[in-house]
Design a protein around this ligand. Sequence first.
Ligand code: AHR
Length: 498
Amino acid sequence: MKKGRIILDRDYQVAKTDPRIFGSFLEHLGRAVYEGIYQPGNKFADENGFRQDTMALIRELNVPVVRYPGGNFVSNYNWEDTVGPRENRPARLDLAWRTMEPNTFGLDEFMDWCRAANTSPMMAINLGTRGAEQARDVIEYCNIEKGSKFSDLRRKYGHEKPHNIRLWCLGNEMDGPWQMGAKTAAEYGRLAEETAKIMRGVDPTIELVACGSCGVGMKTFGTWDATVLDHCYDYVDYLSMHQYFDLTQNADAKDFLANTLSMDAFISSVASICDYVKAVKHSKKTINISFDEWNVWYHSKAADAKREPWCLAPPLLEDIYTFMDALLVGGMLITLLKHADRVKIACLAQLVNVIAPIMTSDTGAWRQTIYWPYLHASLYGRGTVLQTLVDSPKYDSANYTDVPYLDSVAVMDEDRITIFALNRDLEEDMEISCDLRQFAGYHVARHIVMTHDDLEAINTEANPDNVAPADGGNAALQDGKLSAVLGKKSWNVIVLEK
Ligand code: AHR
């Protein structure tokens, strides 16, 4: 059996996690909104049409923030079409996903839904086909109490109190050639700067996210980010990052599970670019990271390429996640936590039906494999992240060298320490140890393990618990020394309580 060691020191702290690191994303895409969270007439829908079965799972996840309404969708979005009496709302062509958008669920419904789901909004504005004027109007509609054109319109439409949306994205993936109204870095940087200025004119208390390069593989990655920040540094708070992993880009499972190394390097690079611009500008302000799209995405791509255009809520991006995908998602969560000093917002893309932890049919809602590590991180990852040194045997794969079989991070809360640990060894268990003598008075409260014989195992409506965690681990704490055996290919959450 391989051996690994986790080294912790209570004084070596990365940062307190911003709870928004456990955020998610709902785009008007496929069956995310329609049928996912909103389905009037469904037996699970309440009087607003909000699906209560989905809502219960979202509440269980304790999702602190939900990005909306896109994604690529936002770059052709007319918010005015989505408010007011439903019978007056026009259906529009969604050019991003080539579907029909009925606008029966709009901005005000989303805000009502957020309140019911116990979450908060992260609203994106359209900087593709539109610009600063629309941004000014929508923030006036949402955040001004009364007495102006758009705040009074909101009140007329039944929302007396302002929505008070604090967090806004200045467009989406504006460097992507697929984006409607894509821009050069200089064009976008200037637009983001002026739009931010105007939005802050309406409400100076908001926080703003500028679009970083939409992928580390983009030719302009790096120069895009630096140029954009060169323009808008003083007016924004976060730079966005997006990353999806696709098994077809990896040689095998070992290589796929090593992708967290690329995510880790990507975050370090973007933080360095933010700090480079800070230095050049002699600024005292630090720009942090909003990793507002991250996940595994590949299962549905071939089917999606064949869909008919202009359908209503077609099943798009419906990845059915495997146990192997869940292991990588666990590793990605560990990576985000390790960077808690710079990553302040992160959104698992997405939340329901579309590359999502939750799936629905007309007859129910169920948890995909990736639901579980996301739940564990959200429940146990709030607190102070400790610098977690890992001493582990390593392997090489097609795209990576020196990949530690063991990946881990620890989070300390008032009366609790949680160790998240991924054993990406597909053949062998690993015996781990951790000297916890500095942390007096704890006991092992739980050792949650998620594993499965079959890397390809999935959950379905008929068999929703095929891949699910259990309190089956053998972690033990004796004389301040923690020991445990982490099964081959397993996701582990060891919870120590006082
Ligand atoms: O999440 C799916 C899509 O991925 C989003 O619309 C877009 O921003 C990204 O390319």
